[in-house]
Design a binder for this molecule. Structure first.
Ligand code: PEP
Ligand code: MG
Length: 524
């Protein structure tokens, strides 16, 4: 039986199924409320201790997630309702479970993907404490297993030994979750949105996280076909690695620039700058976490990336909060956030916050080859206002005698109005096509909704025609055009993008080798 889902981290895994949803072992009730309270306090402390130990071995992103979990566990507001229930006679495990389940239900009911994805973090915290209460650590998945369940907690992912392979198959889950991000960066195959449950959780399953599906109780013919597909994927990856150190070029020798997309300054630590042509997109909204980052924090984050890149260009995008990327204290609740106050619209509405970022960028610019671009531009007036803010802050820094430089200012092409009428933007320094948003707006199909994923194709002629028109316009006016949406790293989309006239792509670091290999196969 094959069930279709959504690929969240490409790859193949063949292995025995491991049930992620096994209930934690039982808890023995204590003599009275005071003992129950002490048991819960002790369990929370133990969970914090385990997380702190995990942080010791975690890298940047993983450590950030674990720190977030510790902060939540140490927040008195989270445990408050549980301690109140204990005082009125409930045992610690039931009190904690009920309190956390209530909180989780609130997150799950959100209409925003970001908050639904955070429900997995809360389930993780709930189970960590339940586990500590029952003193019985969760059975570890055997090496190479396919972890199957509703959703998976980030700590569960980090505690699992992936050195022998294995994968993750989720009935729900989200490609936007923290775990999906970790799986992509560690190369663990992962499929989400499988919906229906397996009839039996015993035996071997085949996880196809390239196309997105899982086969339970496979027939010999299915196993044979799967192994061929997995071998082909491994061959393609192996062959691609030989392309990594070479500049990208097509079959006919046309040079193509390939840059990388990053989100955190620490992302550059695992990338050899010699393997790419710079940073085509740094998404700065992820720096805007629980608190708005101040000028110094931003300055150091941007400077780190610029110094890493040396003289290669680093294109930093001003904060694109809103849509599926809410930022507490900045974004607003909206019924249709993808069509609302996001990107440059929000930055222009909250100039106090925008000016801090602009100052940090102007100061960081002296440390490398910086370019800055604005997200979600729809009209030339928005660009003019944003550019005027840069000029204003530049004058202010000059008056204060602070070292700075004005970088070239460009725009994202992701709203159809810009792609349809680029002539209104003849004075920008460069265009960067955001194919993720451009596609969702042209096709009227939300990028985070699995039910309309089939419509969300950059290869639809309507989307490709717009991309070709922007590439033509750029060539005619000598304005550089690149593409930084996910399609740039998709080997299936690369031929169409090059045929549309693009010669500059920016891709996720893990896609760099495969993208260069795919480029070498195109005759343009
Ligand atoms: C895009 O829309 O293609 C893009 C690169 O921006 P983001 O995915 O951050 O919206
Ligand atoms: Mg976008």
């Amino acid at each position: 039986m094959r069930i279709e889902g959504v690929p969240a981290s490409a790859g193949y895994a063949e292995g025995s199924l491991f049930d992620l949803d096994q209930p934690p072992a039982g808890y023995e009730a204590k003599a009275g409320a005071a003992e129950e309270r002490a048991a819960l306090e002790g369990a929370i402390g133990k969970a914090v201790g385990r997380l702190a130990a995990l942080i010791e071995t975690a890298d940047g992103d993983a450590a950030g997630i674990l720190e977030f979990h510790i902060a939540m566990l140490e927040d008195d507001a989270l445990g408050g309702p549980a301690f109140a229930s204990i005082a009125s006679g409930q045992p610690a495990d039931a009190a904690w479970r009920a309190a956390l389940d209530g909180e989780i239900a609130g997150y799950e009911a959100s209409d925003q993907d970001y908050f639904r994805a955070r429900a997995a973090d809360l389930r993780d915290i709930r189970d960590q404490v339940l586990r500590a209460l029952s003193e019985d650590s969760e059975a570890a998945a055997p090496p190479g297993a396919i972890l199957y369940g509703e959703d998976i907690a980030p700590t569960r992912f980090l505690e699992t030994d992936w050195s022998k392979g294995g994968g993750i198959a989720l009935r729900r889950g989200s490609a936007a979750s923290h775990v999906a991000m970790l799986a992509r960066s560690r190369g663990v195959p992962m499929v989400v949105g499988l919906g229906a449950a397996a009839e039996s959780l015993t035996g071997v399953a085949l996880l196809d996280a390239e196309r997105g599906g899982i086969v339970f109780s496979p027939s010999p013919a299915e196993i044979e076909a799967f192994r061929q597909a997995a071998a082909s994927f491994a061959d393609r990856q192996g062959a691609a690695r030989t392309f990594l150190t070479e500049p990208a070029a097509t079959k006919t020798g046309t040079a193509v620039r390939v840059q990388v997309n990053i989100a955190y300054p620490t992302d550059v630590e695992g990338i050899d700058i010699a393997t790419c042509d710079g940073v085509g997109l740094m998404r700065t909204e992820f720096l805007f976490g629980k608190a708005l980052p101040d000028e110094e924090t931003q300055y150091h984050a941007y400077r780190k990336v610029l110094e890493w890149a040396g003289d290669k260009p680093v294109t930093i995008r001003t904060v694109d909060a809103g849509g599926d990327k809410p930022v507490p204290g900045f974004t607003v609740e909206e019924t249709n956030p993808f069509l609302g106050l996001r990107g440059i619209r929000l930055s222009l509405a909250r100039r106090d916050i925008f000016r801090v970022q602009i100052r940090a960028l102007l100061r960081a610019a002296i440390h490398g080859n910086l370019k800055v671009m604005f997200p979600m531009i729809a009209t030339p007036d928005e660009y003019a206002q944003a550019a005027a803010l840069f000029a204003g802050e530049q004058a202010a820094l000059a008056a204060e005698g602070v070292a700075h430089r004005l970088p070239p200012l460009g725009i994202m092409v992701e709203v159809p109005s810009v792609a349809l009428a680029p002539e209104a933007f003849a004075d920008v320094a460069f265009f960067s096509i955001g194919s993720n948003d451009l596609t969702q707006y042209v096709m009227a199909a939300a990028r985070d909704n699995a039910a309309v994923a089939h419509l969300n194709s950059v290869r639809h002629p309507a989307v490709l025609r717009l991309i070709a028109a922007v590439a033509d316009f750029g060539r005619e006016k000598a304005i550089p055009v690149s593409l930084c949406g996910d399609a740039g790293g998709d080997p299936a989309a690369i031929p169409a993008l090059l045929e549309a006239g693009l010669r500059d792509l920016s891709v996720a670091p893990t896609q760099l080798a495969m993208a260069k290999a795919a480029i070498a196969d195109v005759a343009v």
